[in-house]
Structures are given as C-alpha cells and as structure tokens.
Design a protein around this ligand. Sequence first.
Ligand SMILES: CC(C)(COP(=O)(O)OP(=O)(O)OC[C@H]1O[C@@H](n2cnc3c(N)ncnc32)[C@H](O)[C@@H]1OP(=O)(O)O)[C@@H](O)C(=O)NCCC(=O)NCCS
Length: 160
Amino acid sequence: MSAIRVRPGRVDEAAVLAEMANDLNDHVGIHGRPFTPERIRAAGFGPHAAFTAWVAELDGVVAGYVFFGPGYNTDVAARAIWLYDLFVAPAARGRGVGQALMAAVAAEAVRLGCVSLDWSVHTANAGALEFYRRLGAVGAEVRIMSVAGERLRALADAAP
Ligand SMILES: CC(C)(COP(=O)(O)OP(=O)(O)OC[C@H]1O[C@@H](n2cnc3c(N)ncnc32)[C@H](O)[C@@H]1OP(=O)(O)O)[C@@H](O)C(=O)NCCC(=O)NCCS
C-alpha cells in the first residue's frame, strides 16, 4: 500500500517544481519550458508570492504538485480558491496522488471559508476532464482570454 502525503513545497524544491511545471505545459502543448528554479523561487515563495505551491509525496518521493491562490466566486459573491496548476508525474499516475492533492486544497478551501475551488482546463485534455468529473467538478462554457506582451503594453498606454 503506497503512502501519499501532501505538504507545502519547499524553496529548495524549486528545481523539481520547475521541471514538473514545464512538463505540464508540454502536456497541454505549450512548449517554451518557461519555468526555471529562479522563477519558481521568485513567484512561489516569500511575502509576495504569486501562488502557493504544495507537493504530494508518494512513498517519500515528490510525485506531483499543485499551485493555487486566493480567488473570488462572483456567482455567489464569496471567497474561493483558484487552482493554477495540477500535475502528477507519469510514473505515479493512477495511484490517488492527484485526488490527494485536490482533496488537500479542498480542505484548505473549507478551512478558509471558501465556497469553491475553480480552475481552467484545456478542452482537449480528455484525461484531466474525466479525472475532474470523478471528483465532482462541473464545467462551465467559458473562454479564457489573455492580453500579453506588446498588446498588453498598448492597452496600458490607453489608460486614462
Ligand atoms: C490528471 C492527473 C492530475 C490525475 O492524477 P492521478 O494521480 O493520475 O489521478 P488519481 O490516481 O488520483 O485518480 C483519481 C480518479 O480519477 C481517475 N482518473 C485519473 N486520471 C484519469 C484519466 N486520465 N482518465 C480517466 N480517469 C482518470 C482515476 O481512475 C481515479 O478514479 P476512481 O476514483 O474512480 O478510481 C494526472 O493524470 C496528470 O498529471 N495529468 C497530466 C497533467 C494534467 O493534465 N493536469 C491537469 C491540468 S488542468
């Protein structure tokens, strides 16, 4: 019987977190591998962290991670948690690690008085969609929009 433990990621795990985060991007067809240990340290740790990083250990070895942060559910006007990333190393899949990560973040959401866990998923990611469906998640027909780089700067230049 495998032992699964979910705990906060440590700053000295920035390299393994960067590796897994890049692997997740590759999995969904984003191939720039933008994560570096430095970027993980800057964005995931310290007083101005952009997200919280938790890892799952399977038999004492880091086998997956989740990035999450504060969110707000405007459907019901109440606090929520927004999930940025969820990933389990291929060799560890199908053994409850992903479910354990989601359950741990759900417990944190309940502890903080949040009404929901929310996230986006690529519509082509059939395996993840089925995984989420089994967790009791329901999907909404929304499109994620993003303005970046030069276009972001151009929009910012139009600020009154
Ligand atoms: C999706 C992912 C996180 C699932 O993690 P996992 O550790 O393999 O999942 P678990 O073992 O905890 O599975 C929990 C349940 O979901 C089911 N499940 C998991 N992956 C599944 C898949 N690809 N297809 C169908 N069912 C799946 C399991 O069979 C299990 O069902 P059960 O409770 O009825 O037995 C993992 O496959 C992964 O990292 N995928 C690549 C990255 C990714 O797509 N991340 C999500 C980005 S939005």
